[in-house]
Ligand binder design. Structure first.
Ligand SMILES: N[C@@H](CCC(=O)N[C@@H](CSC=O)C(=O)NCC(=O)O)C(=O)O
Length: 293
């Protein structure tokens, strides 16, 4: 197991936020950084864990600094993990050229195209390596009680990772997620580069990472999924057709298991962290209900 190096530590909301770095096998040996918030008391009784996956152009610091999650996490005794959004410095040609691809835009999938596949494996980092590395480090994290949330690209990550692994997580939520990436410009660009193909018809493996397709086809027991989604009605990327929350609603309808998806349209809110920080306490409370059941 790689050693964690603590590079900063801050007292916040009755707990401690520590930034760790370690060489990541998933990311081809590149050093990755992760912020971990542990509420006081977790040394004696390990805390359930909520991952926060950030969006395009973000880092491990964005959610920690702007999402307003700490007070509610402390109130519910929940630990928070904020991973980075991509490898850094992989040296892939063009990875810094476009904010929607490459650095800051890992899309929480494992690339299969040779150009990207050595380092762009954010799915493995989130689902396997981080729980193994953080779990073995004795930080007071209880990964048998694990939920996941995220924003935009990170909302896509949270929902798709949950729907691919429903028995590993207690619940999922998302702020303004890219709900149907296989069908919108952001997803088509990223999936085309990382997985290959120009469209989902050319490469149907895209659907393995598409939350709407995953929900519609989920084999999880009816009623066993717990999903909360908020989207602002004034979201600029909703207007641009990148988010398509209606696809998720249609998928839930197709699955036909009532009560699994709560999707709320929040009047007048945009895509920003002002929106996220307004509703993040409700998301923590939603997850705490299942993490502490
Ligand atoms: N540079 C871009 C805007 C990038 C942006 O808005 N990123 C969002 C996530 S979008 C989907 O994943 C974000 O969370 N930014 C960080 C922040 O602090 O707001 C442009 O040119 O439009």
């Amino acid at each position: 197991m790689p050693a964690l190096t603590a590079t900063s530590s801050n007292r916040v909301a009755g707990g401690t936020l520590t930034k760790y770095t370690f060489p990541s096998a998933s990311l081809g040996g590149l050093t990755t950084a992760v912020n971990v918030y542990v509420p006081d008391g977790a040394a004696a009784a390990p805390a359930p864990v909520l991952f926060y996956l950030a969006g395009l152009t973000c880092t491990e610091d964005t959610g920690a600094q702007k999402a307003g999650l700490f007070n509610s996490a402390a109130q519910h005794g929940v630990a928070l993990v904020f991973p980075d959004t991509s490898p850094r410095g992989a040296g892939v040609d063009g990875e810094e050229a476009d904010w929607q691809l490459g650095t800051g835009a890992g899309f929480y999938i494992d690339a299969t195209e040779e150009k990207w596949s050595k380092s762009y494996n954010m799915y493995s980092l989130i689902t396997d390596e981080l729980p193994a590395v953080l779990g073995a480090a004795g930080l007071g994290l209880d990964f048998s009680r694990w939920s996941i949330t995220g924003h935009s690209m990170g909302g896509h990550g949270a929902l798709s990772i949950y729907l691919k692994n429903p028995s590993r997580f207690r619940s999922a939520s998302a702020f303004a997620p890219i709900a149907n990436p296989a069908a919108v410009p952001w997803g088509i660009g990223a999936f085309g580069a990382y997985l290959g193909g120009e469209s989902v018809s050319a490469n149907p493996t895209w659907l393995e990472h598409d939350s709407s397709a995953l929900l519609a086809g989920s084999k999880a027991a009816p009623g066993s999924l717990h999903i909360l989604v908020d989207v602002g009605t004034a979201d600029q990327f909703l207007a641009a057709g990148q988010l398509t929350p209606e696809a998720l609603e249609q998928a839930a309808e197709k699955r036909g298991a009532a009560g699994e998806l709560t999707l709320r349209r929040q009047e007048g809110y945009d895509h920003s962290y002002y929106f996220i920080s307004t509703f993040s306490p409700e998301h923590v409370a939603f997850h705490a209900k299942y993490l502490k059941a």
